[in-house]
Unconditional design. Structure first.
Length: 328
């Protein structure tokens, strides 16, 4: 009897130990499974975080030192719309559906009394004259931008600071999209300058010369800009002339235009009032190079000074390039 009891006790103890072992093993497996899931989730979160970080790092960035005039105008408009709202926001919102037009106005016509010199740039997204205006001073990334609503000066900042603000807001793509639809030197409906031109003098300079042109034929890689309207020539080097139909008077700011052919190319000479075409005159010719419309600038002997292109990119691409059909 004692022997049977001893056997039963031993069997019972063995079964108990086996059960405990299975329970412990089950708990261990469950723990390992949970640990594995936590580790996987942690890994997934890490991957998501890394991907998100990479996405943030791949935002398009603007460079203040590498901006053409259309991108500059677009950047200023987007910046002013965000900082000041008002008519600037209206112009930008309208431009998203159409084009961003930039008219070149005079200070007298706009009533702006700022100490800035040069053009007032009036921005519109509707094709009509607006109160969104700015003026520029200086060059490159440190170019100073003064922003106005009508005649009210809202403040001056640098192009570099504008670009830093827009990059922080991740607005580079918007700026570039508007730049592709930006039109410079447009005539806005209700533009007082356009009205004065229409009522006081007929267009003198041919449309083939008009517009904003760029050249990198400066010897140092810099971009120079030539702006030609129906009655005026202006460039960044400081040359400016109001062009009249005839040689009359002696105003140092006025000149007249004549057409002449030099080396088989039809040039227009621009000469100060009271003088005859020759040395000191500016000679410009609408021309074509590499399938692109260009303006050739030359001296009185037809020797090429520079070739102006429709975009800053084309100017850089053809920097200091000599063409076989031009005289150098």
């Amino acid at each position: 009897m004692k022997h049977k009891l001893t056997v039963l006790v031993a069997i019972s103890a063995a079964l108990t130990l086996a059960g405990c072992s299975q329970t412990t093993q089950s708990n261990t497996q469950s723990s390992q499974s949970k640990t594995s899931k936590v580790a996987k989730n942690s890994s997934d979160n890490s991957s998501t975080s890394t991907a998100s970080s990479k996405n943030k790092d791949t935002y398009t960035k603007l460079s203040a030192s590498k901006m053409d005039y259309k991108t500059t105008a677009s950047a200023i408009a987007v910046y002013a719309a965000q900082k000041y709202g008002d008519t600037w926001e209206i112009a930008v919102n309208a431009a998203k559906q159409g084009n961003l037009g930039v008219a070149f106005r005079s200070k007298d016509a706009t009533g702006i009394t700022s100490d800035n010199s040069g053009y007032v740039y009036e921005v519109s997204g509707t094709g009509k004259s607006s109160n969104a205006r700015y003026m520029l001073a200086g060059d490159g990334a440190n170019k100073q931008v003064t922003i106005f609503v009508k005649q009210r000066n809202l403040g001056t900042t640098s192009l570099k600071d504008i670009v830093a603000y827009l990059n922080q807001k991740n607005d580079a793509d918007l700026v570039k999209q508007l730049a592709e639809k930006t039109q410079l030197n447009v005539k806005l409906e209700g533009d007082e300058d356009a009205q004065k031109t229409t009522t006081t003098s007929a267009s003198v300079i041919p449309s083939s010369l008009q517009g904003t042109w760029y050249t990198a034929d400066t010897g140092n890689g810099n971009i120079d800009t030539l702006t030609v309207t129906d009655n005026k020539i202006n460039d960044e080097a400081g040359f400016s002339m109001n062009v009249k139909a005839k040689n009359s008077g002696s105003s140092t700011s006025d000149g007249y235009m004549k057409q002449t052919t030099i080396n088989g190319i039809s040039f227009y000479s621009f000469t100060n009032m009271g003088q005859t075409p020759g040395q000191g005159s500016t000679y410009l010719a609408p021309h074509t190079e590499d399938g692109q419309s260009v303006i050739v600038s030359a001296n009185s002997n037809g020797r090429t000074n520079a070739v102006y292109w429709k975009s800053e990119a084309l100017a850089k691409k053809n920097s200091n390039k000599q063409f076989s059909d031009l005289k150098y």
